[in-house]
Design a protein around this ligand. Sequence first.
Ligand code: SAM
Length: 186
Amino acid sequence: MGHHTFDADRAATLEAPEQRYRVLSAEELRWALDCAADDTVVDLGSGTGFYTDDVAADTGEVYAVDLQPEMHDFYREKGVPSNVELVTAPVDEMPLDTGSADRAFSTMTYHEFATAAAIEEIRRVLRPGGRLVIADWAANGEGEQGPPLAERYALTDAVEMLCEHGFSVEFEAARPETYLLVATAD
Ligand SMILES: C[S@@+](CC[C@H](N)C(=O)[O-])C[C@H]1O[C@@H](n2cnc3c(N)ncnc32)[C@H](O)[C@@H]1O
């Protein structure tokens, strides 16, 4: 499957709380991450920081990783919380220390970076026992919102990929249009 990167010209469409929280609420994301107040967290493909802000309100330092500088520019104009650091890099080559993160998460972006190299890099950056949360559009959805069905993964594919690259899946939920999974770094 080819990985299609979100068009930065459409950044403003991500800032739509009514639509976005119907698909993934801040409440369920914060529940899945279960952050402590001093945790270090990595947002993988942070975009405009829509969900980064929700997570940053609850925790320690947050690295907002995105490979498109235009997305960070949008976030800067919106206003970046003081505990969020913008990192312009691809998920498969993050300039972060090994074992330095307690939590990592990705919202609606896994299908854009899902290679073995990226998963191994996330595993490297997380400490053993650290938690990874992925919410993404599912291949068995109807495709009325989000990327085309052909660009999406099934929950089972994502679980298999994580288990092959150093994670144990603790929780998985298949919903009508999306899936949510929680994994722990081995
Ligand atoms: C669909 S947007 C979602 C943004 C954000 N996670 C949200 O839920 O609002 C996907 C974002 O991931 C970024 N992205 C895609 N592939 C990436 C990669 N390999 N490494 C880092 N960022 C990536 C894109 O630049 C884009 O900003």
